[in-house]
Design a protein around this ligand. Structure first.
Ligand SMILES: NC(=O)c1ccc[n+]([C@@H]2O[C@H](COP(=O)([O-])OP(=O)(O)OC[C@H]3O[C@@H](n4cnc5c(N)ncnc54)[C@H](O)[C@@H]3O)[C@@H](O)[C@H]2O)c1
Length: 358
């Protein structure tokens, strides 16, 4: 790849057009082809991007030699087939989250990409979100103290996905964020869920996670809520944070806490409660999707490991599989498969670098 990365985008439903727009706006990339099996989507998007060649069949786009890389923004059940076909056609691939519909599929994609020397990247967009990076830094620098627990709500009305539960749709966001903040994959999960509208498809789930180093977390996910919430509370021994992704002040740091001044007096419960200042740190303004696609380009051009790495994509899929098992077993405590695969690329790049570089 030389000057401009020539990209083809497959899937022009709800999310795909955002990828097309950002690729068209960014330096060093061109959208040279777009593809959707629905003709009307192709027509609508090509009105805005007339220079891009149009394909109804992914197979034909993949045969286009003037394409270096492919972005897959189709439903989850198609990620594996389309991703593999793109790799076999010699294209670098970014697959929207989650990477695949099972860890077996994810492992197969990762192995094949490595054999062929091609970049495979899952689209975990929140890893490039400036508030998420800011909170990572607060945790990493010890400002919050020891992390006791994290509680998060990601709920709104819709959109029911045809081929996936609310867990496969929304948990990739929270799981990738938690993994990044805490620097570890949870050891155990438990989950309760219910298919309220379509009995076989959970549209609400309450997930508990236990991390080996101590923190516990809870995620409430739902497509059935009267109002949209994107709210996370991080409780540390020194400070607490409320992260509200829908707010103008997305990160608020509370100098609040409880102390046991003299552990010897524990029996008498002499606790000190502290409610101090609330600080809203300045957060960079940057579009996460732009940073994500720039990282994809850098992985191809400079050979750097993308922040949203194939390995992280696999871990997120394994976490979701553990949740599915817990749901199937009535909320049982399930161990997450954390076998290191495929090799030693645990040294993930720090997403903060991409944001700070702006
Ligand atoms: N990163 C994010 O923040 C984010 C946000 C939303 C969705 N997503 C992900 O993006 C992906 C797509 O989600 P969506 O909500 O846009 O779905 P969608 O159903 O709205 O759109 C999918 C499109 O793909 C097309 N398609 C399906 N199979 C195809 C095939 N074999 N060949 C060509 N076109 C095909 C469909 O016609 C449709 O237009 C999912 O993986 C989802 O998880 C990511």
């Amino acid at each position: 790849v030389t000057d401009s990365l020539r990209v083809g985008v497959i899937g022009l439903g709800y999310w795909g057009p955002n990828l097309v727009r950002v690729l068209a706006e960014m330096d060093g990339a061109d959208v040279v082809a777009i593809c959707d099996q629905r003709h009307e989507r192709l027509e609508t998007i090509s009105r805005r991007f007339p220079a891009a060649r149009q394909y109804e069949e992914p197979r034909r786009l993949l045969a286009d030699d003037a394409i270096d890389a492919v972005v897959v923004a189709t439903p989850i059940s198609t990620h594996f087939d389309l991703g593999l076909a793109a790799l076999e056609a010699g294209k670098h691939v970014l697959i929207e989250k989650p990477l695949a519909a099972s860890s077996l599929e994810a492992v197969a994609l990762i192995s094949r990409a490595r054999e062929l020397g091609l970049v495979l990247m899952p689209g975990h967009t929140f890893l490039y979100s400036p508030p998420v990076v800011a909170i990572h830094d607060l945790i990493a620098t010890g400002v919050l103290g020891e992390i006791y627990f994290i509680s998060t709500s990601r709920v709104n009305l819709g959109l029911h996905q045809p081929d996936a539960s609310v867990v496969w749709d929304l948990a990739p966001h929270d799981f990738s964020i938690l993994r990044y903040w805490l620097g570890e994959t949870p050891q155990y999960v438990r989950a309760l869920g219910r298919g309220c509208v379509i009995p076989t498809t959970p549209d609400v789930a309450f997930i508990s996670l236990e991390f080996g180093s101590g923190p516990i977390a809870h995620a409430e996910l739902s497509w059935l809520s009267p109002s949209k919430l994107r709210r996370t509370t991080i409780v540390g021994s020194r400070k607490m944070v409320v992260y509200d992704d829908t707010s103008n002040e997305p990160v608020r740091v509370f100098d609040s806490g409880v102390e046991l001044p003299d552990p010897e007096t524990f029996g008498q419960y002499k606790l000190t409660y502290r409610t101090g200042d609330v600080v809203s740190p300045r957060i960079h303004v940057a579009e996460p999707l732009m940073l994500e696609l720039a990282d994809f380009r850098a992985a191809i051009v400079d050979g750097k490991l993308s922040t949203s790495s194939d390995f992280l994509g696999l871990e997120v899929v394994k976490m979701i599989e553990a949740v599915d098992e817990s749901l199937a077993r009535g909320g049982a405590r399930v161990e997450v498969d954390r076998d290191v695969f495929p090799d030693d690329r645990l040294d993930e790049a720090d997403p903060a670098d991409a944001v700070r570089a702006r």
